[in-house]
Design a protein around this ligand. Sequence first.
Ligand code: ZN
Length: 395
Amino acid sequence: MAGGMVAGLLERADGEWMARKTLEMVEIKSVTMDEAEMCRYYADALRALGLAVDVREVTPGRNNLYARIPGTGGGPTLALNGHVDTVPIHGAWPPRREGDLIYGRGTTDMKGPMAAVLGAAKALIESGVKLKGDLVISAVVGHEEAVARKDGPRAYIEDLNAGRTKADRILIVEGEEDIWLMSMGSANFVITLTSDKGGTHTNNTPFGENPIRFMGELIGAVNRRQREMDAGDRHPLAGPERIDLGVASAGDLYNRTPTHCTLIGTRRWMPGKTVADITAELDALARPFAEAGRLGFDLKIEQEREPFETPVDDVAVKAVIAAAERVTGATPKVVGRRIVGDANLYVHGTGIPTFYYGASNHTAHADVEWVSVERIRRSAQVYLAAAAAYCGVAE
Ligand SMILES: [Zn+2]
């Protein structure tokens, strides 16, 4: 019967084997755009498990990797997804193990989790247990650094849409033993006010006509808009929407009227609205100040990501929650975040429900990065139990 088979499957998750794989991967530096050696390592590790690997070139030497453990048929496909690149290395070298913890750049973000995926695949293959649906492993490059422009995740979306690789659900193996199933949309905005009175002595331009005055009024309006949002609808998991400013710049000398005023910030919004709505809202917020000052006006929207939300009662989400309860003995927290991740891209680019569950990530990008071997092993067990429940076990 399936229950006993799943218990046998979970027992096969070998934490020490996954710890060795994690250390080997962390020994290979794989900063974004320089992932070639790590791609070779991961492809070889999948082949060593007996899997055929589809090597999808993103740029020369930088490859997404897709491998499939075929089911017997009649079940849905679960894709376990993660990235093989890391943030640029500083400190955290050489990698080392101390007891349950492995230290080094990329241990938690996300070579430990990618080792958990290998460990889950190894346990499933060696157990002889057959799932009905396919279990797919997808490893992407180009996640971390803006220079890659998300080329790996975008290539994955192309390949899903073209049928080169399949998924009915995508589980990104990132997280803190919690179910992360919603992120707000996010966009950077650049608002520029320009004045034809600029570049002359301030004595020649009344302050009432100085573009800095209108930039100040616009900043006041941004503050009022945030207070309205704080008092308005709140997402139950992620709280109120946000408008934040990071750069305010104008002028070049204490007694010259500026030609330009620039405000740069971030707008984060709830599911149900799109970047088009947000662009229109920012335009309506800012343009009246330009018009009042007879100033030139420009609004640019950059790095936009639409929001995503996968329902908590989705069949795959429920499978992972039940699997985490079984493995850890506790009900995982369901979380939503204001920050975006690759799920925003996947859901918007493919329509495939996506969410996250991972061993840990709170030391990601930190000076001292580490991962727990026990948590890697547990997460591999969660992936196995979830795949058994979601894909089905063939009798
Ligand atoms: Zn990261």
